[in-house]
Each structure stands twice: as structure tokens, then as C-alpha cells.
Design a protein around this ligand. Sequence first.
Ligand SMILES: [Zn+2]
Length: 463
Amino acid sequence: MPDWELVCGLEVHAHLKTRTKMFCRCELEYGGAENTHTCPVCLAHPGALPVPNARAIELTILLGLALDCEIAKRAIFARKNYFYPDLPKGYQISQYEAPLCGPGRFLLPTEDGDREIGIVRAHLEEDAAKTVHAGGATGRSVGADYSLVDFNRGGTPLLEIVSAPDLRSADEAMSYLRLLRQTIRELDVSDADMEKGTLRADVNVSVRRAGEEGFRPRWEIKNMNSFRYIGRAIEAAFRQQVEAHESGEEVAQSTYDYDPDTDRLTVHRSKEEADDYRYFPEPDLVPVEPSAELVERLRGQVPEQPADRIRRLTEELGFAAADELVSTGNESKAEALAAEGLDWKTAAAVAMNRGDFLPENASVLARIVEANVTREALDEAFTAAAEGPIEADAYLSRTAVGDEDTLAPVIDAVIAANPEQVETYRGGKEGVLGFFVGAVMRETEGKADPKVVNQLLREKLKG
Ligand SMILES: [Zn+2]
């Protein structure tokens, strides 16, 4: 399918890190007992009136500034009308025609320089409550015995960041999402944790012929909360749409569900039931008019962006490693080790492969890594380093066996015992090297120096 191009945009939703809800003073608590954080406002009792959360407005502007957005002089809350049991008002308060943050852009670093991803808008709304379907096999409403609603989440401030349809591959969409998540986290705007549900994404996918202007109908995949499935869903949507276009089938604009078991998308909501939310300005709230002073004060709080640091670290590490290190939030660990004298490449590799450690242990850990201790000793050191202060002496004495004369016979034996894998390796599948390294490490009870083992194996396997 070389002449088809993917057209993808993401709508990213993040729970804001405020102490209280968007329009009432109920406290936000992840994992709190059901229906313990509610009040007349978030339960929609008659006559209860919303009061906007000033901190949520500030956090939204802060993120907007980081995304180079125009900040509205006058933003308007709007009612988005629809019925659902977890939405007791019968409408959600959102922003429609006048969002807080207007057009902006996100410069995504790539192997070949920056790609500009347009930001259409970033607006503020409230989340719905959470419905739990019980008794069914699938956890969905169909087939469930009964459903329960937990109103703790109802009214949580929710930031929605809408990108332009500028993403051209599943990989690019994932890098954008990863880096946007890191940007959100560093601004302390949200935990942005998919597992906890504080970060979700709607994915819009269409395809077109290379060079074609304009857009074909798109599929929307709503409420995705797994990075892996987002990537797979985008690829599946691309394949299915190209197949449909090529066989002359109609591709209608609809909402789709992704099924990881079949790796296919199925229609969730058809065109005939298309959304009609009858938006209108929320009569219970005045427009939000952020002062120039507030916007300037917040602009001063935007730190150096992770994208900038990827560009800088690319010189030390190459793009792929710099991108991975920064986007996964492991950079500060690497920085701590590099500050203690480890070269950046080693520091980055250690930071990516090891868990968190207490900052006070960075200096001892750097020494242990350089001393070439056994893998076992290294594992123990890093496990202990997350708990409390560690002593270097306990680990430094346990150096790895890097002596070629000792390792050569072990390696020869492993090679002799696995002729099939040797053939596979010589056939061009270099990934099999890991199998041999693993075998040698087992034979030496983890005491061999993996660097030397790797090097010797490569030499001997050349044949
Ligand atoms: Zn409340």
C-alpha cells in the first residue's frame, strides 16, 4: 500500500492536578471509597450553581503557553447536552466556540529534524462520573446484570488538547503522545497516567492517496487508554480503510471500537446517530477573561521543554536514545549518574534499564557501574538504592569475570551445544545473539562481564 498516506489526529484528555473538582469544592482523590466525594453541585441537585476552579483555569493556560497557543481574552463555558447515567445534569460543561487556548503548535523532534504538529485548541471541561457494569463477561453494559455509578470522578477538571490531523504514521502519533505526556507532567498540570485513567485519547484516522488534497471521511476511536493499543488501532484502521477504498466500498465517518484480539475495528456508532450535542453558552457561568498579568506570570513559569532537551541530548546520545530517555521521564536519573562521572551513553543506558534510586546514591552507583561488577551485584545495588543509602564496598569486591581465557571455553561449549541457533545467526538473524549471551550468563551464574561476552561471541560466531 505504498501510495496511501495515513492522516491522524489525537484528542488527548488529561485530569488536571487540582485539589478540588472543576465547579465545586469536593476533594479529588484517586481510589477513594465510592461516592464519598460528592455534593449538591456535582450530583446536579436542583438550584445548585457551579463556581469555576481558578487553579484549573491557570493550569490550562500554562499548558496552552507551552504549546504556543493563543490564550483567549474571553473564553466561554458551554453546555454539551447528552444523556448518560453518569452525567446527572444531562449535560457536560465544556468549551465550544471560545476555548481558553486557541491555535498553537508542537514541534516534535525526529531523526530528520523537527516536525510541526498543529494544535487546534486546548479547552477545559468536567469529566463524567464512572459507570461500572457488573455481572457480565465483558465489563460492558451489554450482557451486564446491573450497573453502578461512582460519582467521585464526576466533575473532575479535564483538559482536552486537540491536534490537527498532522500525524503521518502510528509511530509518529506515539512519539507525539509520549512527548506531550512528558510535557504535561513536567508542567505539573496532570499525572497523565493512562493506567490510572488520568490520561486518555480519542484517535481520528483517515487515509488518502499520496499527494491528494483535502481529507476523506475519518474514523474516531474513543477513550483509548493504552499506548500499545493506540499504535495497533491506528495501524488496523489504516489497513481496513485502504482495503475498503481499494475495493470501492464506502468509508463512512463513524465511531469505531478497536478489538485487540482480532486486531480489527468495528463500528460503534453509525452515522445516523451522529452527535448532536446542541451546544449553547452555559447561563450559570460568566465568561473567563484571563488578565494580561496572569498570562505573563504563567508564561514565566513555563520551564525548558522536554523537546528542547531531546534536541540537545541528541548530540551526546543520538536521536533515538535521547528521545527515549527524555520521553519516558528517565532523564533526571541519567543526569544524576552523568554528574558523578559516568559518560552520558552509559548513564542513559543504566537509567533506561534500571528502576528509580534515591538521589543520594547516585555517586556510589556510578562507581559500581564503572567497576564492572557482576550483574547480580548490580541488580542488588539498584534494588537497595531505591530503599535507602547504600555502601560501595559491599558491591565493589564482586567484579565480573572479563578474562578471555576463562570465558572462551564456556562460550565454545555453548556454541557447540546449539548448532541450530548458530545457523540462524549466520543466516543473518543477529537477534539470536541475546540467546547466546543469556546461556553464557547462566553457565557463569551471572558472573561474566556481558560486554566481553558479547564481543567474544560475535568473533566466534563469525565462523
Ligand atoms: Zn461536588
